[in-house]
Design a protein around this ligand. Structure first.
Ligand SMILES: *Cc1c(COP(=O)(O)O)cnc(C)c1O
Length: 489
């Protein structure tokens, strides 16, 4: 029956096929969630061997296709909700986010024009207005939902670039890049996200345009070095297009001194973009909101809701302090956002986005905020930050573990270190910790991050999951120690 009705529509047959397909899939998920393992432990080679694409000319039908997805995809997926899945800024999702996905997907609204997403367009705009009030921006709706931090950072850097050239009477949009481009610089800290480099390359200015500012012992941008780099740039005849500050570096969770950076930049008319992909979650926090002090001063902001806001991938936003800067990327397509439409006040969000067809991801945040309420949302965000502090304390009490940096957001950087290993030298110590991470993932029991902090190879726990307790992490750390002893033996 479902084979005769491949399209979701209003016929009795189609809606029945839809119910069956969704019921079959969600039942499989409910069962998969019961699985005790974090991962089945298959290697790259094993998965390559096992997974085959069965594009039978006759078609298998929905039911069989779903069964195959359960067998070959679902069962060998990583359980991101598992208490020992703590390697990355990769969150377990809210139940209500799953319900939102059902609505988003079934309605398949596209956010580019109002006539393709009437209620969705208004909801997204209201959320942008609300997010702006959380930041402390003036009322307005300058901003848009994005696919995530990488795209939001691109929008910030692109508008910073175009505003910079516009001040010199030049339209990048019309004429492209001109002048001595080798002299153009963006400043960000050594621990800023790599998408700053990638985006500058994409914007035609190359990795060479990015000057890295030194960081302090907590991975935060060092203000003295920032001032020095600004002075050096001036002395060299370089021009600073933007400063990118980070609120929540990917490893240490470090938050750059936002207010001081904004004030330094204001004196020189430099655009400040804040990458708050991770730390933006503190906008909702009850205990830690003041970590974001000064955020309201900056020109543009990246927020990610698929990190510590517990939304399914993708869900991010870009906020722009002054709506007039949106003029820099204005493009009017007769069929989407005509002048006629705009004169009548019809909101076509394509004007604010780099994407054309775009998902209605804003629904997830709206439903999450309504379902949980701000208080519970704040609790699950604060949980991770507080847990990281407790875990750090515990780690520092274990003789074979060393805390590498005091936590700032919800991550803990540490390493396994015994006297014997220290005697073997830095390289051996680094390799040993790398090995611990690899062996744990191969065993399927835990996914612990491996990274570097100031040249020290260490292990990383990213403690986003609000259902995880200190007891769970003690179990995980015991497993780390046991694994280390087995490797050593
Ligand atoms: C995750 C992250 C990004 C990239 O965001 P995506 O949503 O993965 O594109 C950018 N900056 C920081 C600080 C991040 O943590």
């Amino acid at each position: 029956m479902s084979r005769l009705n491949p399209i979701l529509a209003g016929s009795a047959q189609s809606t029945e096929a839809y119910r069956q397909a969704i019921a079959q899939s969600s039942e499989a998920v409910a069962q998969w969630l019961q699985q005790p393992e974090m991962y089945q432990g298959k290697t790259v080679a094993e998965l390559r061997e096992r997974i085959t694409l069965d594009f039978n000319p006759q078609g298998l039908g929905n039911q069989a296709a779903i069964e195959r997805a359960i067998e070959y995809f679902l069962k060998d997926s990583l359980a991101v909700h598992h208490p020992q899945c703590v390697a990355h800024l990769h969150c377990p999702s809210l139940v209500v986010s799953q319900a939102a996905e059902v609505l988003i997907n079934a309605t398949n609204q596209s956010m580019d024009s109002w006539d393709q997403s009437p209620s969705a367009t208004i909801i997204e705009m209201k959320l942008i207005e609300w997010l702006r009030t959380q930041v402390g921006y003036q009322p307005g709706d300058a901003g848009v939902f994005t696919s995530g931090g990488t795209q939001s950072n691109l929008m910030g850097l692109m508008l910073a670039r175009d505003a910079f050239f516009a001040r010199q009477g030049h339209s990048i949009q019309q004429d492209g890049l001109v002048g001595n481009l080798k002299k153009i610089r963006v400043l960000c800290s050594e621990h800023a996200h790599f998408s700053v480099q990638k985006n500058m390359a994409l914007l035609g200015l190359g990795y060479q345009s990015v000057t890295l500012v030194k960081t302090d012992r907590f991975s935060r941008m060092d203000l003295n070095d920032l001032q020095e780099k600004l002075a050096q740039a001036e002395a060299n005849g370089e021009q600073i297009l933007a400063i990118v500050a980070t609120a929540g570096t990917t490893d240490a969770g470090a938050i750059d001194p936002l207010r001081a950076i904004a004030e330094l930049a204001a004196e020189r008319q430099i655009w400040v973009h804040v990458d708050a992909a991770w730390g933006g979650a503190l906008l909702l926090s009850e205990k830690y909101r003041d970590y974001l002090d000064g955020l309201e001063l900056v020109d543009s902001i990246t927020l990610d809701f698929h990190k510590q806001f517990f939304q399914t991938i993708s869900c991010g936003a870009f906020l722009l302090k002054e709506a007039r800067h949106y003029e820099l990327m204005r493009y009017q397509a007769a069929y989407l956002n005509s002048e006629f439409d705009e004169a009548q006040g019809v909101p076509n969000l394509v004007s604010k986005s780099l994407q054309t067809t775009r998902r209605f991801d804003a629904l997830k945040l709206w439903m999450g905020l309504e379902a949980l309420g701000q208080k519970q949302y704040a609790e699950i965000i604060d949980h991770g930050v507080t847990l990281a502090q407790d875990v750090a304390q515990y780690v520092s009490e274990q003789p074979a573990l060393e805390l590498v940096m005091q936590p700032q957001l919800a991550s803990v950087l540490f390493r396994y270190r015994t006297q014997q290993l220290s005697d073997a030298g830095d390289t051996a110590l680094a390799l040993f910790n790398q090995k611990i991470g690899d062996v744990l993932l191969e065993s399927g029991r835990a996914n612990v991050g491996v990274t570097e902090a100031d040249g020290v190879t260490c292990l990383k726990l990213t403690l986003l999951n609000p259902t995880v307790t200190l007891e769970d992490i003690k179990v995980l750390l015991a497993l780390v120690e046991k694994t280390a002893e087995q490797i050593a033996a």
